[in-house]
Design a protein around this ligand. Structure first.
Ligand SMILES: Cc1cc2nc3c(=O)[nH]c(=O)nc-3n(C[C@H](O)[C@H](O)[C@H](O)COP(=O)(O)O)c2cc1C
Length: 309
């Protein structure tokens, strides 16, 4: 018998728990032809802002041991162009579309974006990117991210909750002392789910030129290097909240995806791996199914948080 892979995140029904992470899959069309898109559980879009953004100067990415740094700086076409040009293409895949949104300023932009997306049936859910480390840079004093402040997280989620009936997912930052505190604040604000982790702030230097390898000096670290931190954070948050968790951070294959599910994630997102192997997410879906069959588990939900300690 085929094991049950479908799960529910808020009001969102997914045929399997494997998504692709924001910013690593463009708006879907970039990966057309490289994999069977309709097999994915969901697609999370590159984060959009109200107005178009050009992003940061190049170089914006570099390789690091077992990972990469990026400082794209939220390059995106803005809400209107996203709706007219990107969303129709995404919708054709037949896969639930989770739209990631961020604000260049205050809470109001999140509210405006969420309200603007609420009326669109093509949008399955909204992910609040309150954790992008790549907007403020260089010598400027680093402003606090919303996801680094429990009260700001609570207020932002609460304000957005008021204007949308869509499933609301809040994306958390690992650049904090206690991620559970922020997770609880998002839950209290009305978030239906949490996704974690966004990237860890890092830096890499070219010793020949004595320049940073990323033009704006720092970037977000992702890939296998961050996985143990991400798994630990999912486990910590799982013990504290009641809402589902979407786990990510260095998932490259089935085994690494399963680590997150055992730690408490109801679903997982594949990010950096898409650049190495565009079929990674599809292979992971098949691999999870195989694992369930081999271990005689009829329902993926029985695996969530089943870590033995
Ligand atoms: C090039 C690149 C761009 C990213 N852009 C975004 C983004 O726009 N919004 C967002 O929420 N996360 C963004 N992320 C973070 C990923 O969605 C993910 O949270 C993180 O990379 C950890 O997962 P991974 O190690 O599997 O990549 C980006 C990551 C990379 C590598």
């Amino acid at each position: 018998m085929s094991p049950r892979l479908n799960i529910k995140i808020g009001r969102l029904e997914l045929k399997n728990p494997v998504m692709v992470a924001s910013g690593t899959f463009g708006y879907g069309e970039e990966f057309k032809g490289l994999l069977d898109l309709k097999k994915l559980g969901a697609i999370v879009t590159k984060t959009i802002t109200l107005n178009p953004r050009q992003g940061n100067p190049a170089p914006r990415t570099c390789e690091t041991p077992a990972g990469m740094l990026n400082s794209i700086g939220l390059e995106n076409p803005g809400l209107e162009k996203f709706i007219t040009e990107k969303l129709p293409v995404l919708n054709k895949t037949g896969v639930p579309v989770i739209v990631s949104i961020a604000s260049e300023g205050g809470r109001e932009e999140f509210v405006e974006l969420a309200a603007g997306l609420d009326r669109l049936k093509e949008v399955a859910a909204v992910e609040l990117n309150i954790s992008c480390p790549n907007i403020i840079h260089g010598n400027k004093a680093r402003a606090k991210l919303i996801a680094q402040d429990a009260q700001a997280t609570y207020e932002t989620v609460k304000a957005v909750r008021k204007v949308t009936r869509k499933t609301l997912i809040t994306k958390l930052s690992p650049n904090v002392t206690d991620i559970s505190e922020i997770a609880l604040a998002a839950e209290r604000g009305g978030s239906d789910a949490l996704s974690l982790i966004n990237t860890l702030v890092g830096m890499s230097i070219d010793v020949k030129t004595r320049k940073p390898k990323i033009a704006v000096a720092t970037g977000g670290l992702s890939g296998p290097a961050v996985r143990p931190i991400a798994v630990r954070m999912v486990w910590e948050v799982y013990k504290q909240v009641k809402i589902p968790i979407i786990g990510m951070g260095g998932i490259m294959d089935t085994a690494s995806a399963l680590e997150f599910i055992l730690a408490g994630a109801s679903a997982i997102s594949v990010g950096t791996a898409n650049f190495v192997n565009p079929k990674a997410a599809i292979e992971i879906i098949a691999g999870i199914k195989e694992y369930l069959i081999k271990n005689k588990i009829s329902d993926i939900r029985r695996l969530i948080g089943s870590l033995k300690i």
